[in-house]
Design a protein around this ligand. Structure first.
Ligand code: GCU
Length: 442
């Protein structure tokens, strides 16, 4: 059986080397004793979470309280968005793009015969060989009108959703992965259908939803090359000095999701006003940022997103700001690096990222064994967005008490922690469908 291995970078080779090097440096240069060395490791002890005070989303930059929905919408929301651009993700690209599309395939017998399926290439420039992304679009075969949909990036290529030889194999860079038989960063026939366990396509379309997915590496390949590849090539910023608030890969991926939503505006089968943006792990960080920055997304779902996603940075539990920027220097903006080990100076925390999505429904999900992503921190991120939801007339999580496993809480926002590891499972999808039924049905 194939494993879904986007999490391989959880302890990537580079990470191991860096950690070992850091350990040697600590011993050699400072002559640190064991406690000093241990400080380099991730904290998994709730008692050792530092005392922290969260910035209040309802106190503006000038220290004035925000007391009306109107003040939030017209003033405070924009302030917080700008703070995330400046200190966390960086600005989303402002490339001048002229989107063009080409329908590559259309079949009526996908996902075991229940889905209509299209492959649509979206070109970002006039050049057919320039930056582009493929949308894989599933809709219910017997739909009578436009359907609501989940829009999501995937980790290994659109052809990994189903073992169907008719699907186009991504020509883009992919991470080498022995489980998929991938070497030299090129996808192979062996990888077809390899991530199917994460995508219950038939279940989704039979529930009346569309599913639209894009291989994230077509927007921006997920490795540090000094911000040159993927859509970075369209930016003037890839040459010369890089601004501290220029967006990293998460901003680029989020930008790609918004461009997909642009394309869906004219789609005959998907209702662009009822699109939930969904993502897992680094792509769950991305779905939150996409939903925060682009209010056209009607719902936001963030699965096991952890540090830089739903989890509160100030808890420094599991993965930390220092660690994530060291392992993945291309994900965030350069300004974000100064907050490693210095989280209390961040003018925001990630409850405010979720608050940016209000009043739209947000689902945050955790997995019990995924301690690296700090499930309690993910829960608290959602909980502390509550005052903004309440101000906007919505019902957030009522209690700060951490729920039992497999006991979803759903109101105008939703949370669950399920048993098991860092992954996307049928259990997760069942909850997302239920939440979508509640908020995206007409
Ligand atoms: C690593 C990384 C996480 C990320 C995860 C993933 O574990 O440290 O921040 O969420 O990869 O995207 O799979």
């Amino acid at each position: 059986m194939k494993r879904n291995c986007d999490c391989l970078s959880r302890w990537s080779f580079a990470d191991v080397i860096l950690s070992v090097a850091a350990l040697f440096l600590a011993v050699g240069s400072a002559g640190l004793s064991t406690p000093g060395l241990l400080a380099q490791e991730a904290n998994y002890d709730e008692d050792k979470v530092p005392a922290y005070t969260l910035p209040d989303p309802l106190i503006d930059n000038a220290g004035k309280p925000v007391t009306t929905a109107d003040q939030w919408t017209r003033h405070r929301r924009a302030e917080i968005l700008a703070l995330f651009e400046e200190h966390v993700f960086g600005r989303q690209p402002e490339f001048p793009v002229q989107l063009r599309t080409r329908l590559r395939s259309e079949v009526d017998d996908a996902a075991g015969g229940v889905a209509h399926r299209r492959e649509l290439t979206v070109y970002f420039t006039e050049d057919d060989d320039g930056p582009q992304m493929d949308l894989l679009i599933y809709t219910p075969k017997n739909a009578t009108g436009k359907v609501p949909a989940f829009l999501t990036l995937n980790f290994q290529g659109n052809h990994t959703l189903e073992a169907d030889p008719r699907l186009r194999i991504t020509p883009a860079w992919v991470r080498n992965n022995g489980d998929f038989g991938i070497s030299e960063n090129r996808s192979t026939e062996a990888s077809r259908g390899g991530t199917a366990s994460r995508w219950p396509v038939a279940r989704i379309v039979e529930a009346g939803y569309g599913l639209v997915t894009i291989y994230y590496g077509e927007i921006d390949p997920d490795f540090d090359d000094g911000f040159r590849n993927g859509v970075n090539a369209l930016s003037a910023e890839s040459d010369g000095e890089r601004a501290g608030n220029a967006g990293g890969s998460i901003s680029n991926w989020a930008w790609g999701l918004s461009r997909a939503l642009d394309v869906l505006q004219d789609d005959a089968q998907i209702d662009a006003e009822r699109v939930a943006v969904f993502g897992h792990s680094r792509l769950g960080k991305t779905s939150l940022w996409a939903g925060a920055a682009d209010p056209r997304f009607a719902m936001v779902i963030s699965n096991n997103s952890g540090c830089g996603g739903a989890a509160l940075s100030r808890r420094a539990f599991g993965e930390t700001v220092a660690r994530i920027n060291r392992s993945f220097p291309h994900w965030f903006c350069i300004n974000h690096r100064q907050y490693g080990g210095n989280e209390s100076e961040l003018p925001v925390d990630h409850h405010m990222l979720i608050a940016l999505c209000a009043p739209r429904p947000v689902y945050v999900a955790s997995a019990e064994e995924d301690r690296w992503a700090d499930p309690r921190g993910e829960f608290l991120g959602l909980y502390h967005a509550g005052p903004v939801y309440r101000l906007l007339g919505r019902t957030p999580l009522e209690s700060a008490e951490f729920p039992e496993v497999n006991q979803p809480l759903q109101s105008d926002v939703a949370y669950h922690i399920r048993t098991g590891r860092h992954d996307v499972t049928d259990f997760d999808w069942e909850q997302y469908l239920r939440f979508a039924d509640r908020h995206l049905r007409r």
